[in-house]
Design a binder for this molecule. Structure first.
Ligand code: UD1
Length: 340
């Protein structure tokens, strides 16, 4: 049985990935400091997959604790590294916390990989590295634009750290650039747990629908898009989780073509904010209270993925459509509120 370390494994994407890994017969170890997640996620992972993953609670940005963990678990076959801060707005006011947490933890992990000869790393990156791309759909070869936030900058820096470290060692690495992950597990046992007022569109929609928020603000209707609202490539978190299993298998089985590979993960379809709202209302039979307000600073106008490299080379394709994303997001919100 191959042993995979999932950092940030109690988080939103991490927890869905742990479920998929365990369902495909991997042994999973989770390290998470629970800074943006909940220990009960382990119970729910166990309910879905029938297996309780091994768990340790510490901060991977702490060098000694990380070295100590790897000294005890040097037989790991691969690492999927999710653990990071991810709120764009918060990163503007706490840049050093973002650099310390996101960059230092990667350095500590890669140092341990070198020391213990652990070869395979899958890294959680973001389409934010492209900024507003010049050409759509965005290919992996599109230029990296200057980051608009410390969060985005940490993703760029981490990719560069991985690139140079991979070149200097025998490591094999894959960076996965996610577009907009949304939705929740079909069981409604795991999903996104935003702290406080959500920044992202889908948790704000579901919290408005359940009555926790009064009204959804649609940020800008004067973009150069068909209905004037911004366009994104939304993908279901379970599809995304499956891509991580494919990626780590690819490295373990030596199927990678280069020592560092980069793949876009999206559906290849762009939807506007109003289209997302329409799908949510229709599939769940709910009227959403929303209003158009001015643009949000820092938002790009439109971005969606060219998925051909991920489809053909990685052998992964997103299968779940927007309606399912909206249905599972709503089921999860209702479950959280105790209504389902
Ligand atoms: C952002 C980041 C991305 C990060 C993701 C998750 C950028 C360019 N992108 O994505 O890297 O991984 O957050 O944290 O920084 N919207 C509303 N009303 C709302 C909330 C959002 O209209 O209340 C609109 C936004 O203007 C945007 C779309 O919905 O057009 C999606 O927004 P959001 O879910 O926040 O994701 P991104 O900003 O695309």
């Amino acid at each position: 049985m191959k042993k995979i370390l999932v950092t940030g494994g109690t988080g939103y994407i991490g927890s869905h990935t742990v479920v998929e890994l365990q369902q495909q017969g991997f042994e999973v170890l989770i390290v998470d400091n629970l800074s943006n997640s909940n220990i009960e996620v382990l119970d729910n992972i166990e309910k879905i997959s029938g297996v309780r993953p091994y768990f340790e609670n510490f901060d991977l940005a702490a060098e000694a604790a990380t070295a100590d963990f790897f000294a005890r678990h040097s037989d790991i076959d691969g690492i999927i590294h999710f653990a990071a801060y991810k709120a764009v707005g918060e990163s503007m006011t706490k840049p050093l916390a973002y650099y310390r947490n996101n960059v230092q933890s990667l350095i500590n992990i890669m140092e341990a990989m070198r020391v213990h000869n652990i070869q395979n790393l899958v890294f959680s990156s973001s389409c934010t590295v492209y900024g507003q791309p010049d050409e759509l759909p965005v290919k992996e070869t599109a230029p990296i634009k200057k980051a608009w936030s410390p969060y985005g900058n940490t993703k760029q820096m981490c990719e560069e750290i991985i690139e140079f470290t991979t070149a200097a060692t025998n490591l094999k690495t894959i960076a996965l650039r996610y577009f907009n992950p949304i939705g929740a597990h079909e069981s409604a046992l795991i999903g996104e747990l935003p702290l406080g007022v959500p920044n992202n569109l889908i948790p704000f929609i579901t919290q408005t629908a359940i009555g926790k928020r009064e009204c959804l603000s649609v940020f800008g209707s004067d973009y150069s898009t068909p209905d004037g609202t911004a366009v994104r490539d939304y993908l279901h978190v379970v599809d995304l989780a499956k891509a991580h299993v494919v990626a780590v298998n690819r490295l373990i089985n030596g199927k990678n073509k280069k020592n560092m590979e980069i793949f876009n993960l999206g559906t290849g379809n762009g939807f506007s904010v109003l289209e997302v709202i329409e799908a949510f209302e229709r599939i769940n039979n709910i009227k959403l209270n929303y209003k158009i307000v001015p643009r949000r600073a820092g938002d790009v106008e439109k971005v969606w993925a060219d998925t051909s490299f991920a489809n053909e080379e990685l052998g992964w394709k997103a299968e779940i459509g927007l309606d399912e994303m909206m249905r599972t997001s709503w089921n999860w919100e209702k479950k959280l509120a105790g209504k389902a």
